[in-house]
Ligand binder design. Structure first.
Ligand SMILES: *[C@@H]1O[C@H](CO)[C@@H](O)[C@H](O)[C@H]1NC(C)=O
Ligand SMILES: *[C@@H]1O[C@H](CO)[C@@H](O)[C@H](O)[C@H]1NC(C)=O
Length: 254
């Protein structure tokens, strides 16, 4: 009778999976008919555009001097408008504990370096990102999981965001085009766009500026399948840049 206790102890740390998705569903934002409700967990809607967003925070300097940092993963509607705070019951105040309870210590340690809050309160920044944006990704609702374990989608959201970020090394793409942080130089915005498009299937991301200096970049994707296991395809920005034609790229002071 005691034997059953051991396997149970193990199952609490086994993470559930999302329903598997048929491969013939359309890419998000590219459907010509309504998706049947039986496939709703395999089709991102209305937030069919997923944005991996990043910061260049140089004053005060946030994160490593040779890397941009993570802002979040946002579902936008296919026209660039967006939903927010979609489920108040899942605005968790314990992201760190959730990730720890799921055995995601490596993820957490990565986030402490690359997903930092500019005021030093990482936990509340992560809470904000999941509560405002993560709850609006329809394909990671608890009901989309087989054998859902509480807050599974939270861990999946943060892991997926980090995985996408790792494939979008903005610093390196710019450096490869000889665009490096330098307090005495300026760069053509067109050269920045070109360097970043090369990282993103030829599609220019949205570039944000603050006081004429690069400050943010948003990479837009459409997805085939759910937001975790699905295939992310780069797509064009839905948001016009307000940057000047010539931009600054200040080094992170320390
Ligand atoms: C695409 O699918 C979504 C979700 O089913 C639906 O709301 C939307 O109207 C569809 N778009 C078109 C053009 O049929
Ligand atoms: C996190 O908070 C939620 C909501 O209060 C709670 O249900 C859950 O048990 C907490 N998880 C952990 C690991 O603390």
């Amino acid at each position: 009778m005691h034997k059953s206790l051991l396997p149970l102890a193990f199952t609490t740390s086994t993470l559930a999976t999302l329903q598997s998705c048929p491969s013939d569903l359309p890419l998000s934002c590219h459907n010509t008919t309504t998706i049947p409700s039986s496939d709703a967990c395999c089709f991102n809607a209305p937030g069919g555009t997923l944005l991996q967003t990043q910061f260049w925070d140089y004053d005060p300097a946030i994160g490593p001097a040779d890397s941009w940092t993570i802002h979040g993963l946002w579902p936008d509607n296919c026209d660039g408008t967006y939903q927010q705070y979609c489920d108040t019951s899942r605005e968790y105040k314990n992201i760190t504990s959730i990730l720890q309870s799921q055995g995601r210590d490596d993820l957490l340690s990565y986030m402490k370096t690359y997903w930092q809050d500019y005021e030093g309160d990482d936990e509340s920044f992560w809470e904000h990102e999941f509560g405002k944006h993560g709850t609006c990704i329809n394909t990671i609702k608890p009901s989309c999981y087989n054998d859902y374990t509480p807050q599974q989608e939270v861990g999946d959201y943060f892991q997926k965001t980090v995985d996408l970020f790792k494939g979008l090394d903005t610093y390196k793409a710019l450096a490869d085009a000889n665009i490096t942080p330098d307090s005495s130089k300026t760069y053509e915005l067109s050269a920045v766009k070109k360097a970043l498009a090369s990282l993103h299937g030829g599609y220019e991301p949205h570039i944000g500026c603050s006081d004429g200096a690069l400050s943010e970049v948003w990479y837009f994707f459409n997805v085939r399948g759910n937001a975790i296991d699905g295939e992310y395809e780069p797509t064009e920005t839905l948001s016009e840049t307000q940057c000047p034609d010539t931009v600054k790229y200040p080094p992170k002071s320390s």
